[in-house]
Structure formats: structure tokens, C-alpha cells
Design a protein around this ligand. Structure first.
Ligand code: COA
Length: 150
């Protein structure tokens, strides 16, 4: 079941985002560095389109769509590690695209973790650029991706 998140689920969603990021084996100090970006606040849930998938009373993943300037950004897309590879990401992604299509935008963009870029490509996204960043002297090249809804 995919349903809107409620504000008191912020801590649970933050934990899922942090655990999912850890799935790729990043050092814990990198996770710490990204912690504020991965923190979901109650205010964020109230302001943006945050949806969770829940089974057997357990939230197993979520996404967040943020609208600005007639564009939609897929800001978060995280699956609880125990359920990665079981089809939850696909369900969430397709739900996000369906929802975006009702929001008067003609494309959804996102910045992908390089490890997840293959997933987005599989879901039909195309790379339109990249965002370069650096952490502890190591360059990171983050694919910028787009799904055309028109
Ligand atoms: C990326 C993520 C959301 C995908 O969700 P998932 O539930 O594991 O993916 P699914 O099982 O629904 O896979 C759907 C399809 O994408 C493919 N796929 C999934 N992850 C992939 C990856 N990392 N690279 C390439 N293909 C991938 C699957 O093989 C499947 O293909 P199929 O339709 O041919 O069977 C999930 O793995 C995750 O949360 N990862 C850790 C956190 C993360 O990086 N999130 C994204 C931040 S930008």
C-alpha cells in the first residue's frame, strides 16, 4: 500500500534514508556528512509530496516529490535495505511518476547516487548532465536525470 506520509513518521523515514544510503558501503563519516540532507523533518513532510509504502504495518520505503517553478524534483527515493531488490523501488517510482503527471509538470528530474543510476535508467530516466562534488578529497560525479512525462 502506498499512502501519504504523516508528520510524526519523520524519524522513521530518516532512519530508512540513512540505512538505505549505508547499503552502498560508504564510510560512516561520509554518512555523517550527508546526515542533514538525509534528515526528513515533520515540516518537510507537511510541505512536500512524501509517500510511503507500508506492508504488515511496516514502512518499507518512501519517496518525496518537490515542486518548484513548474518542475518536479524527485528529492528522495529510499527502500529499507532488507527489501532492496524486491520490486518496491519500481512501485514507488511508478507511483511518483503517476502523481507528478497530475501536478501540471511535464518532467521529473533527480540527482542520482551513482549506484542507483542503473535503476533510474531501467525505469526510463535519461541522463541530462551531472553534478560534481567532492568528499574528503574524493571526487563524486552524480548523474542528473530526467523523466519526460509528456
Ligand atoms: C535504488 C532503489 C530505490 C531501487 O529500489 P529496489 O526496490 O531495489 O528496485 P526494484 O527491485 O524495484 O528494481 C526494479 C528494476 O530496476 C533494476 N535495478 C534495481 N536497482 C538497480 C541498480 N542499482 N542498478 C541497476 N538496475 C537496478 C532491477 O533489476 C529491476 O529490473 P527488472 O525490472 O528488469 O527486474 C533501492 O535499491 C535503494 O533504496 N537503494 C539504496 C539507496 C539509494 O541509492 N537510493 C537512491 C538515491 S538517488
Amino acid at each position: 500500500m502506498i499512502r501519504p506520509a504523516v508528520h510524526n513518521e519523520a524519524a522513521t523515514l530518516t532512519e530508512i534514508a540513512l540505512d538505505a544510503k549505508r547499503h552502498w558501503g560508504f564510510p560512516e563519516n561520509w554518512i555523517k556528512h550527508w546526515e542533514s540532507d538525509l534528515t526528513i523533518s515533520p515540516e518537510f513532510i507537511e510541505k512536500h509530496h512524501v509517500y510511503v509504502t507500508e506492508q504488515d504495518g511496516e514502512i518499507r520505503g518512501f519517496y518525496a516529490l518537490c515542486l518548484a517553478d513548474n518542475k518536479a524534483e524527485l528529492e528522495h527515493m529510499w527502500v529499507t535495505p532488507a527489501y532492496i531488490g524486491t520490486g518496491i523501488g519500481k512501485e514507488l517510482f511508478l507511483d511518483a511518476m503517476d502523481r507528478a503527471a497530475t501536478m501540471n509538470v511535464n518532467a521529473v528530474e533527480l540527482t542520482a547516487d551513482p549506484n542507483a543510476a542503473g535503476f533510474y535508467t531501467r525505469m526510463g530516466a535519461t541522463q541530462i548532465g551531472a553534478t560534481d562534488s567532492e568528499i574528503e578529497g574524493q571526487p563524486r560525479h552524480l548523474p542528473r536525470m530526467k523523466v519526460d512525462l509528456s
